[in-house]
Ligand binder design. Structure first.
Ligand code: NAI
Length: 322
């Protein structure tokens, strides 16, 4: 592992890099020698309107702020211009090494009041935008056997948040998306991770009290994005929460659970009622451990456990049907 993580000769696409977190990432990558595609539609927080200024300002900051700073602006929306964002990188710099899916909007409303348009537009930017850009960059990464992808999740995605059914759905979908791409990308040296940040930006400045906002500089998020996308780091398939300088990993946890004899006469809702405390027990039991599954194959454990029942008690458990 090198002492200083350089991005010299690396081409980085950052969506929504005209402000907030994306801008800070762009500056930090450029400072370390990367050639940066600064994508930003330049719209409002709700995703309305567009303005080339947002991306242009950041490109100028890079060109004027850093010796040999190299960046190009792109003003496409991730919703319908993803292919062009990748073409911008290829035309200007000839390759794509890193994609940071960061562009985002909010259309908050309690679920009863949330219009179908508000639901769809948030999915379009966060989820479909990340999908479309990744889809356009993927073959280039695969061909060069190198790629680093960051998808931006949110605490609202992991845990839910009042008024954000659209945003939560899109953000958690990105976790599943990332976990699958991490597996498919592994043999091509494409690493895919999710970050779950909390930072000061126009997205949070009206909802978080000022004394807390003070601690949430976006500069405290960028180090992880750069670490995870460096060529010397092959962390993949992971989720990280970070805010105010605190960094941690998040993982799935399966309770130690309860095995039932798979007999329709005894495997009834009433049996679950009786054993509910055991089903949701998050302490190790004698032969059933709390686990942290990371792949579908970990379902084998469930079947293995079920098979710990006497042979006469085993049901017809088929892995294909899981
Ligand atoms: P921000 O509003 O400052 O930045 C988002 C940028 O995305 C804006 O510059 C906007 O113009 C751009 N954008 C929006 N729609 C676009 C589109 N269709 N195509 C291209 N660019 C588009 O917000 P912030 O806080 O910097 O958010 C960055 C990412 O981090 C978002 O995905 C957000 O959901 C996520 N996030 C932020 C948190 C925070 O505490 N600030 C918390 C959790 C997640």
């Amino acid at each position: 592992m090198p002492e200083k993580l350089s991005f010299k000769d690396k081409v980085v696409i950052i969506t929504g890099a005209g402000g907030g977190l994306g801008r800070v990432y762009a500056l930090e990558f450029a400072k370390r020698g990367a050639k940066v595609v600064v994508n930003d539609l330049g719209g409002s927080l709700k995703g309305e309107g567009h303005n080339a200024r947002a991306a242009d300002v950041v490109v100028n900051e890079i060109k004027q702020g850093f010796k040999n700073g190299d960046a190009v602006a792109n003003y496409d929306s991730v919703t319908d211009g993803a292919e062009n964002i990748v073409q911008t990188a290829l035309r200007a710099f000839g390759q794509v090494d890193v994609v940071v899916n960061n562009a985002g909007i909010l259309r908050d409303a309690s679920f009863g009041k949330m219009t179908p348009q508000a639901f769809q537009s948030v999915l379009d930017v966060h989820l479909n935008g990340a999908y479309k850009l990744t889809k356009a960059a993927w073959p280039h990464m695969k061909q060069r056997k190198f790629g680093r992808i960051i998808n931006t999740c949110s605490p609202a995605g992991l845990y839910g948040n009042f008024g954000q059914a659209n945003y939560s759905a899109a953000k958690l979908a990105l976790v599943g998306f990332s976990e699958t791409l991490a597996k498919e990308g592994f043999k091509y040296n494409i690493c895919v991770n999710c970050i779950v940040p909390l930072a000061r930006s126009r997205m949070t400045e009206k909802i978080i009290p000022p004394h807390i906002l003070k601690q949430l500089a976006p500069e405290k998020i960028a180090p992880l994005v750069l670490y995870l996308t460096h060529e010397s780091v092959n962390v993949t398939n992971s989720i990280f929460e970070l805010a105010a300088g605190f960094y941690a990993q998040v993982r799935w946890e399966r309770s130690s659970g309860q095995i039932f004899k798979p007999d329709p006469k005894t495997l009834t809702p009433e049996a679950l009622l009786k054993e509910w405390g055991h089903i949701v027990e998050f302490k190790d039991k004698s032969f059933q451990k709390v686990e942290h599954p990371v792949q579908l194959a970990d379902y084998n454990m469930l079947i293995t456990k079920a098979r710990q029942l006497p042979a006469s008690d085993q049901g017809n458990v088929k892995i294909e049907s899981l």
